[in-house]
Ligand binder design. Structure first.
Ligand code: SF4
Length: 118
């Protein structure tokens, strides 16, 4: 049985099909299918330390919601913890694009920022 993993690159809309081959010790032996170096980097990271940018919404004091995201990617394993932190916060009514609503969310080093004006 082939010791490989199939991925779809999510770095750009082209969505290249990537194949990562592993040796018997589980180390990455070869990466193929990428059209540009970003795809190779994505495949390597996805198989060693996967990260994601989290997008969501937070409720404002008046009950309306506003869009947010992590300004930088966070470890994939911390998505649920970060989502819980985002769900627990209430934003002031006068927030605007770029405002930091949670600094260093869950110790990831990433800020959660507002991504839309109200
Ligand atoms: S490998 Fe490059 S071209 Fe292909 S989806 Fe990834 S970023 Fe886009």
């Amino acid at each position: 049985m082939a010791n490989e993993r199939k991925l779809t690159c999510i770095v750009c809309p082209k969505g290249c099909d990537l194949t990562v081959e592993f040796d018997d010790a589980g180390a990455i032996k070869n990466i193929s299918g990428y059209t540009c170096p970003r795809g190779k980097d994505y495949a390597y990271a996805e198989c060693t330390a996967p990260v994601r940018t989290v997008t969501s919404t937070v409720r404002c004091e008046d009950g309306e919601v506003v869009a947010v995201k992590t300004a930088t990617p966070i470890p994939k394993s911390m998505i649920f913890e970060v989502m819980a932190a985002i769900n627990a916060v209430t934003a002031p009514n006068d927030v605007k694009i770029g405002d930091v609503i949670i600094a260093d969310v869950c110790g990831t080093g990433a800020n959660v920022v507002i991504t839309a004006n109200r």
